[in-house]
Write a protein that binds this ligand. Structure first.
Ligand code: PHE
Length: 445
């Protein structure tokens, strides 16, 4: 069984694949605009606290759950509680969320592909003109789904691992270049201040939820991606070290994305709270002011496309692993079926960036536009809910003792280390997430 499901080649392979899942549009597109909308530095601090206090302990919970059972999120819970257990729904929520996130994420990833060529084919079009044209956005969306299906079909290991190994360092260097360019623009200092000088007066509990949701999203947590990726790990793998590396790299790239965007935003006289278009509007302006800007822009969007692809692959992989493990479908049938369903579910998102007025301007829970609403429902609330259920499951139902035994395999965690982790996973994570969710649903209003 294990043989047929496949395994990562090495710890480095796993770290790269999991970091590939974590590092994506969430870091470079979503983190800067969400930070920009939520006050800058104060949000950054909340975000870092969420990563360290909630997400890191929770990441270990997903990894142990996956490696314990060598199964998808539904199968992992069934392996512990049996088939009829209501806890299985916590896993099912993750699988459904995979389709939900992928449906709009691939739309944005499609824009990224378009921006590789935009300077050459449609240099005069602005962001809205580009995304508002369904003849552009829908084929690009379809293309991205097909690319994702293609990678998942071929098996993730060698192709993705090898690509990530080369391209992640290139992304890092390129980001550094853009950061330096941005910092040396006149007027950049105001951006640094916005990003680094906290003003807590604007922080509400909604800000905390947004920070927490962003941290879950960025680390691919709350929907079982790390359960699934953990399920391809051998018992000898050191979950603590590998998990810590993944969280570190992901956070590093997000923090760097802020340094890339905010100085440039302020230098260009733009506003940091422009929303989802922030990266697509401001970065091209910065590139235009650089020597060989067209080339740099092209390379940048190629790398962003690859970062997005390693994330969409992990989203699809969760759903495919469910159909392969639980429904005994072939990988091929699973990947294509889920791909087509996701495309249909994502069409309104693709049309909601200008093409359809009603989808573009609809509002729900204070978010505007169908895509934005999907992002809030799946990429924020659903991940927080999933993480709440799964942390209670691991901490209380499965139990810190059993989970701790699995965590200790392959690493040198002491009993007191496990106990400390138990406190986080039983008390701190669920309580914080629960309070934050209550607030979203207006209980404290
Ligand atoms: N972490 C990915 C990103 O930052 C998105 C993602 C979320 C991937 C949830 C898988 C699961 O872009």
């Amino acid at each position: 069984m294990e043989q047929a499901r496949g395994q990562w080649g090495s710890s480095v392979g796993f770290i790269l694949a999991a970091a590939g899942s974590a590092i994506g549009l969430g870091n470079i597109w979503r983190f800067p605009y969400v930070t920009g909308e939520n006050g800058g530095a104060a949000f950054l601090i909340l975000y870092l606290l969420c990563v360290i206090l909630i997400c890191l302990p929770y990441l270990f919970a997903e990894l142990v759950l996956g490696r314990h059972s060598h199964k998808n999120p539904v199968g992992a819970i069934e392996a512990i509680r049996g088939k009829g257990s209501p806890w299985v729904w916590a896993g099912a929520l993750g699988v459904i969320t995979g389709v939900g996130i992928l449906s709009y994420y691939a739309v944005i990833a499609g824009w990224t592909v378009g921006f590789i060529f935009k300077d050459f084919i449609a240099p005069h079009l602005d962001f809205a003109g580009f995304t508002g044209n369904p003849l552009v956005s829908i084929p690009l969306f379809a293309l991205f789904i097909v690319l994702t299906v293609g990678v998942v079909l071929g098996g993730v290991e060698s192709g993705i691992e090898r690509t990530a190994k080369v391209l992640m360092p290139v992304l890092l260097v390129l980001m550094l270049l853009v950061i330096i360019r941005g910092l040396t623009l006149p007027g950049a200092k105001a951006g640094l201040e916005f990003y680094l000088k906290p003003d807590f007066s604007q922080v509400t509990s909604k800000t905390v939820l947004t920070a927490l949701g962003q941290a879950f999203f960025s680390l691919s947590l709350g929907m079982g991606a790390m359960i699934t990726y953990g399920s391809y790990l051998p018992k000898t793998a050191n979950l603590r070290t590998s998990g810590a590396f993944v969280a570190f790299f992901d956070t590093l790239i997000a923090v760097m994305a802020g340094f890339m965007i905010f100085p440039a935003v302020f230098a260009m006289g733009a506003r940091p709270d422009a929303g989802p278009s922030l990266v697509f509007v401001v970065l091209p302006q910065v590139f235009a002011s650089m020597p060989m800007g067209h080339l740099v822009s092209m390379v940048f969007f190629i790398l962003l496309t690859i970062a997005a692809l390693t994330s969409t692959v992990s989203l699809l992989e969760v759903v495919v692993a469910y159909f392969v493990d639980e429904r005994l479908w072939s990988r091929k049938k699973s990947a294509w079926t889920v791909g087509v369903v996701t495309f249909v579910v994502g069409l309104p998102s693709a049309l909601s960036a200008g093409a359809s007025g009603s989808l573009t301007h609809m509002t729900f829970l204070g978010k505007e536009g169908f895509l934005g609403i999907m992002d809030y429902l799946w990429g924020n609330i659903s991940l927080a809910l999933g993480a709440l259920l799964l942390s209670i499951f691991v901490g209380w139902v499965w139990g810190v003792k059993q989970a701790g035994e699995e965590l200790k395999l392959g690493s040198t965690i002491t009993d007191s280390g496990v106990r400390l982790w138990g406190i986080f996973i039983r008390y701190i994570a669920p309580v914080v997430i629960f309070i934050v969710l209550l607030d979203v649903f207006g209980v404290f209003d």
